[in-house]
Design a protein around this ligand. Structure first.
Ligand code: PDD
Length: 291
């Protein structure tokens, strides 16, 4: 039997149905997280739950549960569903109330939902690298909030998919911001560069891990906006996200990135990222079907 969490209750997945007046459904009025599970354990759960409470705070949503309560509930869910390798999705919406743009009163509790999905590590793409397109960033100005409103991201991702690409690298004018569901890093010489964590991007947990790893390993890095020209002239490019970890980008808009192969520093960071995962979640067999 598969389980999900609806309003804090662990119930059968097939019974987890949402009311048509849920504000998440009608307005995208809510926030979410995706946490990776390795060996049945959540990776960087603390960081994700901290970002979830920050997102709640930024939109004035009062979460019904503490971070500790949420963590326990998610652990129960993962255990019940016997997830070895996969993800747990969790979201808060601003509850169920008659449709009205203004927020409902405090008597309407936020609605919490979570479910799991089995998924192997994307080893093939991590090894060979992926292709991307460039597209104008048409999203709003609070991309730091992990909001349920993802239409701008979806349009970008669909454009990439239609071009046979894995990711869309977004830019505002000449400035590269982030992927449709990932952060973007370039390597220029021996230095890593990524957009600063301001309102134009989501401060990815994987992004923060990459920066932590770089700091610990004396890899020079800078959080600085870079241009499309700098992107196209970069020695290496990679994306980071919960599901992609550190994934090389080997082509953009049909042209190869350098020699069209994953870069050396990118591969080194992949190894160091895996070490972080193993430290928290136990050893992982690579090259095997991780599911
Ligand atoms: N996406 N930027 C955007 C717009 C994202 O949607 C994501 C993650 C990231 C990377 O964040 P993190 O390292 O914390 O996963 C950056 C998730 C995985 C998703 O929506 O499925």
């Amino acid at each position: 039997m598969e389980y999900a969490i609806l309003n804090g209750e662990l119930i059968e997945r097939k019974d987890a149905k949402v009311d048509i007046e849920d504000r998440g459904y009608q307005f995208g009025d809510g926030v979410y997280e995706v946490i990776r599970v390795y060996n049945g354990k959540m990776f960087t759960a603390e960081e994700h739950l901290n970002r979830l409470s920050e997102s709640c705070e930024k939109i004035g949503l009062n979460p019904g549960f503490t971070k500790e309560e949420l963590k326990t509930k998610l652990e129960q869910l993962i255990g019940k569903n016997k997830i070895g390798f996969g993800t747990v999705y969790l979201q808060y919406s601003r509850g169920i109330s008659p449709r009205n743009h203004a927020f409902p009163g405090s008597e309407v509790p936020a609605a919490f939902v979570a479910y799991t999905r089995e998924a192997a590590r994307p080893e093939e793409n991590m090894k060979s690298g992926i292709k991307a397109i460039l597209t104008e960033d048409i999203r709003w100005l609070r991309c730091d909030i992990k909001s349920l409103n993802l239409l701008g991201n979806l349009l970008a991702k669909q454009k990439a998919a239609q071009s046979g690409c894995f990711e869309a690298i977004q830019h505002r004018g000449h400035t590269v911001t982030e992927g449709s569901s990932s952060n973007i890093f370039i390597v220029s010489g021996d230095k890593l560069v990524t957009h600063p964590a301001d309102h134009f991007i989501l401060n990815g947990i994987s992004r923060q891990k990459v920066l932590e790893i770089s700091h610990e390993n004396d890899i020079p890095f800078e959080e600085k906006a870079f241009t499309i020209d700098e992107l196209l002239g970069a020695d290496e490019i990679f994306i980071s996200s919960t599901t992609a970890e550190v994934m090389p980008v080997i082509g953009i808009d049909g042209s190869p990135v350098k020699n069209g192969k994953p870069g050396e520093l990118t591969q080194k960071l992949q190894g160091l990222f895996l070490e972080k995962i193993e430290k928290e979640c136990g050893s992982i067999q690579t090259g095997a079907l991780n599911s």
